[in-house]
Design a protein around this ligand. Sequence first.
Ligand code: NAD
Length: 367
Amino acid sequence: MSNPSLLILPGDGIGPEVMAEVRRIIDWYGDKRGLKFDVSEDLVGGCAYDAHGTPLHDDTMAKAQEVDAVLLGAVGGPKYDALDFSLKPERGLLRLRKEMDLYANLRPAQCFDALAEFSSLKTDVVAGLDIMIVRELTSGIYFGEPRGIIEEGNERVGINTQRYTESEIDRVARSAFELAMRRDKKLCSMEKANVMESGVLWREVVTEVSKDYPEVELSHMYADAGAMQLTRWPKQFDVIVTDNLFGDLLSDLAAMLTGSLGMLPSASLGAPMANGRPKALYEPVHGSAPDIAGQGKANPIACILSFAMALRYSFDAGDEADRLEAAVNAVLANGLRTADLLGQEGVEPVSTAEMGDAVLSALDASL
Ligand code: NAD
């Protein structure tokens, strides 16, 4: 059987710097765990524009459709600010998400013990936190028609439309139930069924899908109450599923419970391919960080944890994902910090590569 395939798109700014550390970890899995990948690398974002005059070449798009998973660094930078909207680096990423039809965005909020003190909440509220928000990514108010700014009488009106079909709700709900089955079998669905018809339908369809997952304990919550509960006692949740707009807000809120942007991974999943694996794009939540690019200061952990998600959700290697996350935990527990994680006086920050070295040593120690 051929090795699973992985397309790596480092992108711009700190993207290539953090991805270099992930490549070393991918090599480690090949050498030490016999987990070999067919890795190819290509351009996306500003670097693709520089090379081809487009932020995503058609050939790269075609490759992304064929591989088992795509791992992306970050795109963008001030050099490209003046470009036409259609040529901006971010359009490359949006095209990938759209053409791969990645409708389920997975955003974990996981608190590493050593970083619990960084949270704006009390340590006991966040220590050990491990929740997953599944946000619908390809429909809802960001895409619904009609939209625009129109003249009405003697003033302008801004219009956006929240619109969800049953099948759009059904498929993202199934992704969330599947995830819940692999975790604590607890799913909370959030909408505003009290004031929005799309929320009423959302609740009905999620309840209907739940009949196929009798082992999962399903609850429903209004999204505004959900925001309060997430800050009051986030550990009551395991998996949360919600629409595009509420998911945008709630996933940022939940992620920030646990610390720095440099720590946050994400996955965007689509429909299962012929081999049963979902179409998948893994990427850190952060951008290209032009303010620190090229200085060896970037925290590679968000990108490393994105690869851990790929191991778990695309390559059926949950044990190896656990190993990688435990290695990151061990490194942080030893006190290693990139500059973005510094709080205490007198702690010297480590570089991107030194953080990568430490994770590799912790992986070695795990054998
Ligand atoms: P950003 O995430 O790049 O940076 C925000 C702040 O967080 C900066 O101070 C940065 O130094 C810091 N930071 C981010 N990641 C870090 C890491 N791994 N280690 C240490 N510090 C880190 O957001 P921004 O400054 O608003 O945007 C910069 C560029 O990135 C823009 O062109 C924007 O469009 C683009 N962007 C891309 C993505 C993506 O590729 N998915 C996401 C957001 C922004």
